[in-house]
Design a protein around this ligand. Structure first.
Ligand SMILES: *[C@@H]1O[C@H](CO)[C@@H](O)[C@H](O)[C@H]1NC(C)=O
Ligand SMILES: *[C@@H]1O[C@H](CO)[C@@H](O)[C@H](O)[C@H]1NC(C)=O
Length: 316
């Protein structure tokens, strides 16, 4: 008995030592949370409009993916994030196989998280009017090819069509975040941007490798390969952005491949294999489909929301 109680009290003594050490560690040197520089500012006033601008793209992605995977959108899943904005035009459930369904459903909920993060950190505006109709996608793809596809392209038709429709979307978010990064100063906004950028880049990589795996397949019912579709869409975006090549398909000439040595182009990147960047002007030219940040259209028939986009619309 005496032995047991001696070892028990020794055990207790060690536990007390350990826990006081643990407590000491927690209070004096926190190893799980970042340390910011003294006097660092969490969010600069100038950061707010730039981060809010991203909400336009996140809204576009959220409703496209939610509707595609589930057959309903943000109004059902998180109505408080809509903030009274109008429902999207022509969104519908896509005819997806189970792998694609799982990927898109995950992306969809990730976009809901992104909107929550953005709106709670920098505030937000109502969801803009977004055109997700098959008709609008068909128009984009006709422009990309330079002639009318027959029958009209429909992103909701099947999994590959949906992934080609998606190819247009997270990439634009990714290059927008890379473009915004140098202009953001607060440590909270920087952390937010890096977190968003990471997941957008990941989504883009998943979509691109999915398409790369099927690069040589013909997109039903057109006699054109998946690789050609991606090249045509990327060329259209470069044309609309009006700032040179910042967007590349999944198969490229060697001079656009990594270190001039690959024709595969699973990821789109520049001379140094760094992600391309775009300014809000370029992003608006592309998502409006007009090549002009002052003329709304395309995905945003009434224009994007927030101070940056609205200023372009007011001052042609
Ligand atoms: C499809 O395109 C290939 C290459 O452009 C061509 O050789 C072939 O004849 C076309 N097939 C049909 C059914 O149009
Ligand atoms: C790739 O080749 C072009 C000439 O065709 C050259 O200007 C460029 O520097 C090369 N890129 C790299 C990363 O070596």
């Amino acid at each position: 008995m005496a032995n047991i109680s001696t070892s028990t009290s020794f055990f207790m003594f060690v536990m007390v030592l350990l826990s006081s050490r643990l407590i000491h560690n927690c209070f004096s040197f926190d190893t799980c949370h970042p340390m910011y520089q003294e006097h660092a500012i969490p969010i600069y006033k100038e950061d707010i409009d730039m981060m809010q601008f991203a909400e336009n793209l996140e809204h576009l992605e959220a409703d496209f993916f939610l509707w595609g995977a589930l057959g309903y959108g943000l109004d059902q899943v998180a109505p408080w994030l809509v903030m009274g904005g109008p429902p999207p035009i022509g969104a519908q459930r896509a005819n997806l196989d189970s792998l694609t369904q799982h990927i898109i459903e995950e992306f969809a909920y990730q976009e809901v998280g992104h909107l929550r993060a953005l709106k709670t950190t920098v505030g937000g505006f109502p969801r803009p009017l977004i055109d997700l109709s098959a008709h609008h996608f068909a128009k984009v793809f006709d422009e990309a090819f330079g002639f009318k596809l027959v029958p009209p392209f429909d992103p909701y038709r099947d999994s590959v069509s949906y992934m080609l429709g998606s190819y247009v979307i997270p990439y634009v978010g990714l290059v927008a975040y890379v473009g915004t990064n140098p202009n953001i100063n607060g440590y909270i906004t920087k952390r937010l941007l890096a977190g968003l950028l990471g997941v957008e880049a990941g989504q883009d990589a998943v979509i691109r490798s999915y398409l790369y795996e099927r690069a040589k397949e013909v997109v039903h019912p057109y006699n054109r390969t998946v690789a050609e579709f991606t090249n045509r869409i990327s060329e259209l975006r470069n044309l609309l952005g009006m700032c040179g090549i910042k967007d590349e398909g999944i198969k490229v000439p060697l001079k656009l491949g990594a270190e001039n040595r690959t024709r595969s182009n699973v990821l789109s990147a520049n001379y140094y294999s760094l992600s391309y960047r775009r300014t809000p002007r370029e992003i608006l030219r592309i998502v409006y489909g007009t090549g002009d940040e002052h003329v709304p259209g395309g995905f945003f028939p009434h224009g994007a929301n927030g101070r940056i986009a609205r200023e372009f619309l007011e001052k042609p």
